[in-house]
Design a protein. Structure first.
Length: 455
């Protein structure tokens, strides 16, 4: 069926596959504020005849609700007073991918517009595309790679829900970091995930065990940053669906328990329109002036944009000293205690942000990195020396320790408002406040254990 790129049919190839009965379903997806794919499944023939060229619509609340899909007040985009009208989902036909873990299915990512045909600025994909336009104004483009960790449990999602997510059995009972034996225990699951993602057009590099019992990571080759964010979302959806098909479950939560959390390390580099590296130079350290100012922008401004990298209450529980999750906003050469780890040389020179957890929205995380880096370039910021020691004990600017602090920083950030616009800042600051209100009204197990008898 597919001749152009494995797993990524052209529109003509899709039409041919539908005519031959090889494809009968098209999943059309947008990404919500939480980074999840939302949308509709279409009959493939209807999609080709009616949706291509005409678009489709969906309720605006998908971009103005919490994790539970509750309608919440306070968003400018939509409300009961505005009647929760429709948004337009316009398929980006360059994003077509085979979904091999479902029969005869492909997926396409959609951009979000209002009914007047204007792009909706607060849509995560539109936020990242806007930063892509800012890079293009300099004659640049960004390449990104995301490394996602997840914890696998032998329990089904249904059992985990019914058990209140307590006393679940991890797929490994001990630390299997780099252990071939440990990964082989669940190779039927991990192998199916790898092969399925390859068949969906992703370039799988490697898989390894991680520190937390049952924790693993699959690494994919870098790509243009918007394409990488599209791929990231499909991988997360697919990994969960494949796990469910095998009767097990996995989580990308930033911090499932008191042990090691799930990270999402984001690698970023900048190239010219001709694909020449922008970060590298022939200086003794191999770093260009653009690279130094870009990295200085990350160090200087990421704290203000931490909401986009750590969007949930749970996200901030990862930032623990000695956990391989950063607490200070410092950079170092291949130093895993720093928030920004510089690796590679020449064309491969890049910065790895170690801040985000597995719960992150990839569009927002990458957009935040680009926005902070570009601000550094525009201000010609000077980069301080790399840290060669332990960043956890260094005297430096630190990551916020709570979602509340991150919301306040984002809301008051002049840099964020200049980079993203008031609509985006106000929308996501309000989303953070909604999450805080929900958490603050909840009674937790910790409170019951502390207070049921002894208080």
């Amino acid at each position: 069926m597919i001749t152009s790129t494995i797993g990524r049919p052209t529109l003509a190839e899709l039409r041919d596959a539908v005519d031959k009965g090889e494809i009968d379903t098209v999943m059309l997806a947008i990404t919500d504020m939480q980074g999840r794919l939302q949308g509709k499944r279409f009959d493939a023939t209807f999609f080709l005849n009616d949706v291509v060229g005409n678009n489709t619509e969906g309720c605006s609340y998908v971009l103005a609700s919490d994790v539970d899909m509750n309608t919440v007040d306070g968003f400018t985009l939509t409300s009961w007073e505005h009647g929760y009208g429709d948004l337009v989902f316009r398929p980006d036909l360059t994003t077509l991918r085979v979904v091999p873990w479902h029969d005869k299915t492909v997926m396409v990512v959609a951009d979000v517009l209002n009914t007047e045909g204007e792009l909706v600025a607060i849509s995560p994909r539109q936020i990242l595309l806007a930063q892509s336009d800012r890079l293009a104004a300099h004659g640049w483009k960004a390449m990104a790679g995301t490394e996602l960790e997840f914890i696998v449990f032998n329990d089904s999602y249904e059992h985990a829900w019914s058990a209140g997510y307590r006393e679940l059995t991890t797929a490994n009972q001990y630390n299997v970091d780099y252990s071939l034996q440990g990964t082989s225990r669940i190779e039927p699951l991990l192998g199916q995930i790898r092969r399925s993602m390859s068949a969906a057009g992703m370039t799988v590099e490697s898989l390894k065990g991680e520190c937390h019992p049952g924790q693993h990571e699959i690494a994919f080759r870098y790509a243009e940053m918007v394409d990488k964010a599209d791929e990231h979302g499909l991988f997360k959806l697919g990994a969960k669906e494949i796990a469910a098909q095998q009767g097990v479950s996995l989580t990308f939560m930033a911090k499932f328990d008191e042990r090691e959390g799930n990270s999402c390390h984001v690698h970023l580099s900048v190239r010219s329109e001709n694909d020449d590296p922008v970060f590298a130079s022939d200086t003794p350290d191999g770093h260009s002036d653009v690279f130094r100012s870009f990295l200085a922008g990350l160090v200087a401004y990421t704290r203000e944009c931490s909401l986009l990298l750590a969007p949930n209450v749970n996200s901030y529980k990862r930032f623990v000293e000695g956990s391989f999750a950063p607490t200070t906003l410092l950079w170092g050469l291949d130093n895993r205690t720093c928030a920004f780890r510089v690796v590679g040389h020449g064309a491969s020179l890049r910065v790895e942000s170690r801040i985000a957890g597995g719960d992150v929205n990839p569009y927002l995380a990458i957009a935040a990195m680009v926005a902070c880096g570009l601000r550094g370039v525009e201000e010609s910021l000077e980069l301080g020396p790399p840290l060669s020691g332990n960043a956890y004990v260094a005297n430096a600017s630190r990551m916020p320790t709570t979602l509340s602090e991150a919301v306040d920083l984002f809301k008051s950030s002049k840099m964020a408002r200049a980079a993203f616009g008031d609509d985006v800042v106000d929308h996501y600051a309000h989303a953070g406040s909604v999450e805080l209100a929900a958490f603050n009204s909840a009674v937790t197990d910790w409170e019951r254990y502390r207070g049921f008898e002894r208080l």
